[in-house]
Design a protein around this ligand. Structure first.
Ligand SMILES: C[S@@+](CC[C@H](N)C(=O)[O-])C[C@H]1O[C@@H](n2cnc3c(N)ncnc32)[C@H](O)[C@@H]1O
Length: 276
């Protein structure tokens, strides 16, 4: 298949061609692209080229702002195709309905979601503290005894519940809208979790108290951090060791790895650790 740049040759001048981004994300049948300001008046042409090249794409959206706020939503605008931002994305055999303008979702995390989910055993109770539309919680529910999924974004939980039904795991999931710290205390789930998933890299470490509160002895925590290249993984481990002292429970680091890039020299990382 011709590349987007090949396809646009003759339609854009040389300087414009240089500015076209080589890659873009595909979420369900939506292509999500970055359009530099200099190419604003060529955006429709670029979007139509994507739809010509990828016949399964029905909508092209462009990013119109940064990922922001507690809910980590990155706003987009439709620039070609059907006028919608909702789609069903298939990840590791799981169907996930999302609306790009209402919830956080990244198709780049599929491998990491699978890595965590594949560790889950059938007798586990899993707490997903920052669940989004359920890319961990839904496949986790196929394996675990029970999944507790929490998110402050009511749209995320609306989609998560719909996704539970789409994937026929609604009996295994309990989903709650709200701040995870308040929810776990409200339901008095002290020492209930065999596994805790904390995918909010910007702030997850501020919620380590919640992980310690819900973790049974020997529970495993998957905690995500954004870390600069030169700090891998010092800052993260220090926070876990501080929490160990604060909550009086020993921990053991099981694994640390990069699972994506936020910006040049800034990594999305995960530290898996055990709480005794
Ligand atoms: C980076 S997204 C990850 C979503 C999902 N786990 C995934 O992998 O796609 C973080 C999620 O945490 C939610 N969130 C932020 N602060 C929260 C809090 N205090 N309690 C519960 N959820 C929160 C946001 O609304 C967002 O959906």
């Amino acid at each position: 298949m011709a590349s987007l740049k090949d396809y646009l040759e003759g339609k854009l001048n040389e300087n414009e061609l240089k500015l076209v981004r080589r890659s873009f994300d595909i979420i369900g049948d939506i292509a999500q692209i970055d359009i530099p300001d200099e190419l604003k008046n060529k955006e429709k042409l670029i979007a139509k080229a994507i739809m010509e090249l990828h016949k399964n794409i029905k909508v092209v959206v462009k990013k119109v702002g940064p990922t922001s706020g507690e809910e980590r939503v990155r706003p987009v605008k439709v620039i070609a195709g059907e006028k919608r931002t909702e789609t069903i994305h298939i990840e590791n055999g799981v169907r996930l309905k999302v609306d790009l303008n209402k919830v956080y979702f990244s198709p780049r995390l599929g491998t990491e979601h699978l890595r965590v989910v594949e560790q889950i055993k059938n007798n586990e109770i899993v707490f997903d503290l920052f669940a989004g539309v359920g890319p961990y919680a839904i496949p986790a529910a196929k394996r675990a005894k029970k999944v507790i999924a929490i998110d402050t974004n009511p749209y995320a939980i609306k989609y998560l519940k719909e996704n539970a039904e789409l994937n026929k795991v609604e009996d295994k999931i309990k989903a709650y809208v709200g701040d995870c710290r308040k929810i776990v205390k409200k339901y008095k789930w002290k020492q209930k979790a065999d596994r805790v998933i904390m995918n909010l890299p910007m702030h997850a470490s501020e919620f380590l108290d919640v992980a310690f509160y819900v973790a049974k002895p020997n529970a495993i925590v998957h905690c995500y951090f954004f870390l600069p290249e030169e700090e891998l993984y010092k800052g993260a481990i220090k926070k876990i060791k501080n929490a160990e002292k604060e909550f009086g429970r020993k921990t053991r680091i099981l694994r640390k790895r990069k699972c994506g890039q936020l910006a040049p020299r800034i990594w999305r990382t995960v530290v898996d650790f055990k709480i005794y």
